[in-house]
Design a binder for this molecule. Structure first.
Ligand SMILES: *[C@@H]1O[C@H](CO)[C@@H](O)[C@H](O)[C@H]1NC(C)=O
Length: 418
């Protein structure tokens, strides 16, 4: 009798083990680029086009899955609307890239915000770059510094290198529009205009004179493409508009506060340089959504439910205006759809009244939606050029870059790190 009792559980265990291994084998069966979003993977090449292989220990999800790595380009679904109807993904400190080589013989001491090159960001559908520019070494450099001064230990590289990447992208992708938002510490006379001209970006320049100044609609995206006005540049230095024809950011854009206030649920205060979000006095809305101290491991968590909720909060704070630019750190990190799904939802709602942009049908009335699965469960089509990312977010890659925590204690000027 005792014998039988012991037997039954062990038989059950064997059966359970059998089914468990069948299940495991089935769920691991995809590989070689066949794995779809949310399916298990072990290396990035297991996942289909536009997907990365990553996990999210911050949400207790330790098993790597295929996660989205590319944005949908909204103009490929609904074209021909004013520029300010669209929402775009923006990388905060696009140049502050983990593993970017420091200056020879110098240990860099600063925060990092992104993980792949600007070229790769653009290929992945990022359409806005936030760049901090400084006078340095008789040139203009991208620097992640403080007190308006670049040091050899906060320097990244000459700005012209990154701007050449932008030029190459615009020339290879004649339908695409890119926005650059400069945190501007350049005092060299005509420094910025000479810089943009020297790398051939002047030919894509959207003229300040054509920018709407009182909250009116922007030109249509197809007109901008046709005229080759495909580069929007904004500076934080108001003197550059009259002096060099570079648009003063807060004349054209409202913006919520960057850093921790921008990720604090339930409120969406405006940045002090910006008009109030609901002023309707500027037609573009930049939503900052990144914590003051960037932590790679936390980004996947930040890019899940809290982001969707914060978008709702900021939408209301802006008087029912969808953000045109969503600026984030470590944009590829998510537990599935991440920032890409959020931007798809924004565009779906604004452009066609659907839950996601992929449900939009060109030429159909507002609100007539294709029957597509909601974001996160659809395979991603590669709409943004070839994919060349190889970032693989396993737990091993994360610990390498933790100096971010230490630097917080090293500098006492944290607010200068935006
Ligand atoms: C970095 O700059 C400091 C001055 O700020 C200088 O003393 C030092 O030699 C520089 N290091 C290198 C390797 O250039």
């Amino acid at each position: 009798m005792d014998h039988r009792r012991l037997c039954r559980p062990s038989a059950f265990v064997y059966i359970a083990l059998f089914f468990f291994s069948v299940f495991t084998l089935t769920s691991m069966a995809c590989s070689n680029g066949n794995c779809q979003i949310l399916e298990s993977c072990s290396v990035a090449t297991d996942c289909g086009p536009g997907l990365y292989c990553g996990n999210c220990p911050a949400l207790s999800k330790t098993q790597p899955i295929c996660t989205r790595g590319q944005a949908t380009i909204p103009t490929s679904f609904i074209g021909g609307l004013p520029f300010n109807k669209y929402s775009w993904l923006v990388t905060h400190n696009s140049f502050s890239i983990v593993d970017a080589p420091p200056l020879p013989g110098v240990q860099r001491l600063t925060f990092y915000n992104q993980e792949d090159t600007v070229t790769n960001q653009l290929r992945n559908g990022v359409r806005g770059l936030m760049l901090d520019m400084y006078d340095f070494e008789n040139d203009i450099w991208l620097c992640h510094s403080f007190r308006g001064q670049c040091f050899n230990f906060t320097a990244f590289q000459p700005a012209k290198n990154t701007l050449r990447e932008v030029e190459a992208f615009l020339s290879q992708n004649p339908m695409e529009i890119v926005t650059i938002i400069i945190e501007d510490y350049v005092h060299t006379p005509k420094g910025l205009s000479k810089l943009f001209t020297s790398v051939g970006l002047d030919k894509y320049w959207f003229p300040v004179s054509k920018m709407p100044k009182k909250g009116e609609d922007w030109p249509l995206v197809n007109d901008m493409v046709q005229k080759n006005h495909r580069l929007l540049v904004f500076t934080s230095d108001s003197s550059k508009e009259a002096g060099e024809g570079i648009a003063y950011q807060w004349k054209y854009m409202v913006e919520n506060e960057a850093g921790d206030p921008g990720v604090k649920q339930g409120s969406c205060p405006n940045r002090k340089e910006s008009k109030s979000l609901n002023s309707k006095g500027a037609s573009l809305f930049l939503m900052n959504y990144f914590p003051t101290y960037p932590v790679e491991d936390e980004a996947c968590k930040e890019h899940s439910t809290p982001l969707a909720e914060m978008v709702g909060t900021c939408y209301k704070a802006a008087g029912n205006l969808m953000p045109n630019f969503l600026a984030v750190n470590f944009y590829m990190r998510s537990d599935g759809g991440g920032v890409f799904d959020v931007v798809d939802r924004l565009n779906g709602q604004t452009l066609c009244g659907c839950s996601t942009v992929t449900a939009c049908q060109a030429g159909e009335p507002f609100g007539s939606c294709k029957n597509v699965a909601p974001p996160s469960s659809i395979p991603i089509t590669n709409t943004a050029g070839s994919f060349s990312g190889n970032v693989q977010f396993t737990s091993s890659s994360s610990s390498v870059h933790s100096p971010n925590h230490l630097i917080f204690y090293f500098f006492s000027f944290p607010l200068m790190f935006f």
